[in-house]
Each structure stands twice: as C-alpha cells, then as structure tokens.
Design a protein around this ligand. Structure first.
Ligand code: ATP
Length: 140
C-alpha cells in the first residue's frame, strides 16, 4: 500500500467541510492512518510551498495558508498518491466545478487559490510532506 499527504486547508476547516471530506476519503477506500490539526505560521507555510517561492501568488498563498488551522492527514491505500489527486480534482476550483463536478474541490473550493484541499503530487513529495507534518513541524 502507498501513503500520501492529504490536507484540508484553512477554508475547508473553517467552512466546516472536515467531516464530509473525511467521509468521502473513507468511502473511497482510504485509511486515515494519522492526522494533525495545526496552525501554520509564515515560516512553516513558506517552507511547505518553497517550490512556489518565486511565483507572484506566493505571498497571497502564505497568507491564505496561515489564515486558520489546517488538518494534515496521512492517507493510505493502493495508488494513494494518484487516486487522492484524482479525488480532489484540478487546482482551480471554478474549473473543477465544470470538469470534475464530483471532486472535493468542486464541493468546497472557491477559486485557484482557495481550493480547500491539498494532495502530494508524487511519491517523493508525499514522503517529504508526511515527514514535514508528522516529524519536523512542531506539533500542537
Ligand atoms: P496543492 O499543491 O495545494 O495540492 P496543486 O498541486 O493543485 O495544489 P500547485 O500548482 O502546486 O497546485 O499550487 C499550490 C497552491 O498554490 C494551490 O493549491 C493554490 O492554493 C495556490 N495557487 C496555485 N496557482 C495559483 C494561482 N494562479 N493563483 C493563486 N493561487 C494559486
């Protein structure tokens, strides 16, 4: 079995989508093997998204990701990385509503930034991101 890092972003948590998203996760055959509700600070949010640090949207992305608590989850199933990416849908939630109406981003996302959930994009980023939340980032 494979593991990936799933995250409910601040808009998903504050919009009360946590229970519904978890139900979709379990109904789709994933096990939630670990989870942590945590408030990212600027430094940790910047480190998490460091690959985007030169993008024009980076400062807004960091403000968004620090605007409230996030729920990080270790999700396990066969083909977890690609199956979770499929379940969340495209980055832009507006487009998701049209092209992937049953996706999680269509359910609770708003636009290309406030898209409600995150998923690791490869097995190597899954390993990095699981370590990030469950070993490196100080828990609370
Ligand atoms: P994630 O990595 O969060 O799962 P993703 O892989 O679908 O999302 P990336 O291209 O890695 O998308 O972008 C990371 C995050 O940065 C997006 O989820 C979104 O919140 C934000 N973002 C991406 N593109 C834009 C944009 N054009 N404008 C504003 N925010 C953006």
């Amino acid at each position: 079995k494979e593991r990936t890092l799933g995250m409910i972003k601040p808009d998903g948590v504050s919009g009360n989508y946590t229970e519904e998203i978890k139900r979709i996760i379990v109904d789709s055959g994933f096990s939630i093997v670990n989870e942590r509700l945590t408030q990212l600070d600027k430094e940790t949010a910047s480190a998490f998204y460091e690959e985007h640090s030169s993008r024009s949207f980076f400062p807004d992305l960091v403000s968004y990701m620090t605007s409230g608590p996030v729920l990080a989850m270790v999700l396990e199933k066969r083909d977890a990385v690609s199956d979770w990416r499929g379940l969340i849908g495209p980055t832009d939630a507006q487009k998701a509503k049209i092209s992937h109406p049953h996706s999680i981003r269509a359910l609770c996302g708003k636009d290309s930034q406030r898209n409600c959930v995150h998923g690791s994009d490869s097995i190597s980023s899954a390993e990095r991101e699981i370590k990030f939340f469950f070993e490196d980032v100080v828990s609370d």
